[in-house]
Design a protein around this ligand. Structure first.
Ligand SMILES: *Cc1c(COP(=O)(O)O)cnc(C)c1O
Length: 436
């Protein structure tokens, strides 16, 4: 770390509290863990205050889709600033949000959708929970009926209190156990019998369930665990047959990551509620949304100010700047045939990983769906922090990676080139060789 970085990091540590970070060792001293201080970016590379470049192989925590500083997205943002940055969506509309919702309604796998906008993925999940719960109250369910959620083992749905209640990924959230509400749990995709176990709960407790919540196809933060698409589709059918709502959390899988616009399409799912976030604005601005099917939406009709109304809304929900960028982003996904690049890039990445890492001594398993990859490491004993050390090694070599425990995540922007893919894999191999 040179003087410029050191100075910035000291100023940072004096006033910024970083998420998922032990601030007492933030500056660390241990060079391998020195945080980056980013100043700008070009394409798929981040540039720090010393001018060093890093290939953004985790899409800035899974949000960046087309790359950084996409001229058309920059332009959309600037043009919208010239009209308005924000006006409230509580009881009033904004034209750019109408454009966006119309465009989204043509691509989301939800029947006649209405969009409730928020800012973070966790908020989209919270909204879905409240909507599902109130749906049943509006339908006249009794106090003990349709009040529970079924979520899967290894699930991750965000960090707010409701979202950590649903979640099961660890992330040290056990300290909050006393705050969490009751959730029914059946095994995640890693268990070959996960569907049968979920079916048992759905069938035996359908009268108590408000909804089943699932990350379609890939349990991302749970370690990039990939499910069988047919089985995930069957889960949807089971919910439908039992009359239980299905909430699909596509905050991570949405907007092309899996090779389809939404993973639900690959699984043949038509969820009653769909949560989107992360890639919605291409990684530019915080915007999320909960899409509700007509069946759910119409259950909230009633008298003005009556009890059927959804009393929920966020100050910045439907922000006009974010909406303008999200709208242009959807157009670019289509006009640039981004999904084609995801599929061909995914094939290239699979080949590259199989060739270089499948038999590597440090690797236990490689899991992939589209451009979502988890390389699970096989440390000889626990506590070696191989995931973190492998990613630190890659970052020193100019490829920014961040692990989930001992799973190295590769989740590059959707416009990644084959040359860049080879660079990511080569750097990871070098970093893993270093561990051994
Ligand atoms: C990241 C993530 C969330 C939370 O989104 P935030 O924007 O970080 O609040 C929710 N669900 C899934 C599946 C995610 O991957």
């Amino acid at each position: 770390m040179n003087e410029t970085s050191r100075g910035w990091l000291e100023r940072d540590a004096a006033v910024v509290w970083h998420g998922f970070t032990q601030m007492a060792s933030f500056l660390g001293g241990e060079a391998s863990r020195a945080p980056l201080m980013i100043e700008r970016a070009e394409g798929r590379e981040l540039i720090d205050v010393d001018g060093n470049r890093y290939l953004d192989a985790i899409s800035s925590l899974w949000v960046t889709t087309l790359g950084h500083r996409v001229p058309e997205l920059d332009r959309a943002l600037i043009d919208q600033v010239g009209r308005i940055a924000h006006s409230t969506l509580l009881g009033n509309g904004n034209t750019v949000v109408v454009h966006l919702a119309e465009a989204l309604s043509r691509v989301v796998p939800v029947e006649s959708p209405h969009f409730l906008f928020a800012s973070d993925g966790a908020s989209a999940v919270e909204q879905a929970l409240k909507v599902a719960f109130q749906y049943w109250r509006n339908k006249g369910a009794g106090a003990g009926e349709h009040r529970l959620f079924l979520a899967l083992g290894g699930a991750y749905h965000g960090d707010t209190t409701g979202a950590i209640s649903l979640g099961d990924s660890g992330f040290e959230s056990a300290v909050f156990d006393p705050l969490k509400f009751e959730v029914l749990r059946s095994p995640g995709y890693g268990d070959p019998d996960w569907l049968a176990a979920a079916a048992k709960v759905i069938e035996s407790r359908s009268g108590e369930l408000a909804a089943v919540v699932v990350e379609p196809l890939v349990q991302a933060a749970g370690g990039m665990v990939v499910g069988d698409p047919h089985q995930v589709g069957e889960l949807g059918q089971l919910c439908h047959d039992a009359g239980v709502l299905l909430i699909a959390d596509e905050v991570a899988t949405g907007f092309g990551r899996t090779g389809a616009m939404f993973a639900s399409e690959i699984c043949g799912l038509r969820p009653d509620l769909l949560c989107i976030g992360k890639g919605l604005t291409g990684g530019y601005l915080p915007m999320s949304a909960t899409a509700a099917s007509a069946k759910v939406y119409e259950a909230f009709f009633g008298d003005d100010l009556g009890p059927e109304t959804l009393y929920h809304g966020h100050s910045y929900g439907g922000n006009a700047l974010a909406a303008a960028v999200a709208l242009k982003h959807l157009e670019l996904m289509e006009s640039r045939h981004v999904l084609d690049n995801v599929r061909s890039g995914a094939d290239h990445l699979a080949g590259s990983l199989a060739g270089s890492l499948a038999d590597h001594l440090a690797v236990k398993a490689i899991r992939q769906q589209g451009l979502m990859v988890g390389v699970e490491l096989s440390p000889p004993v626990e506590g070696l922090r191989w995931g973190r050390r492998a990613c630190a090694g890659a970052t020193r070599r100019g490829v920014l990676l961040r692990p989930l425990g001992d799973v190295v995540v590769i989740m590059p922007p959707l416009t990644i080139t084959t040359g860049e893919i080879d660079r990511i894999v080569a750097v990871l191999v070098e970093s893993l060789d270093e561990l051994l």
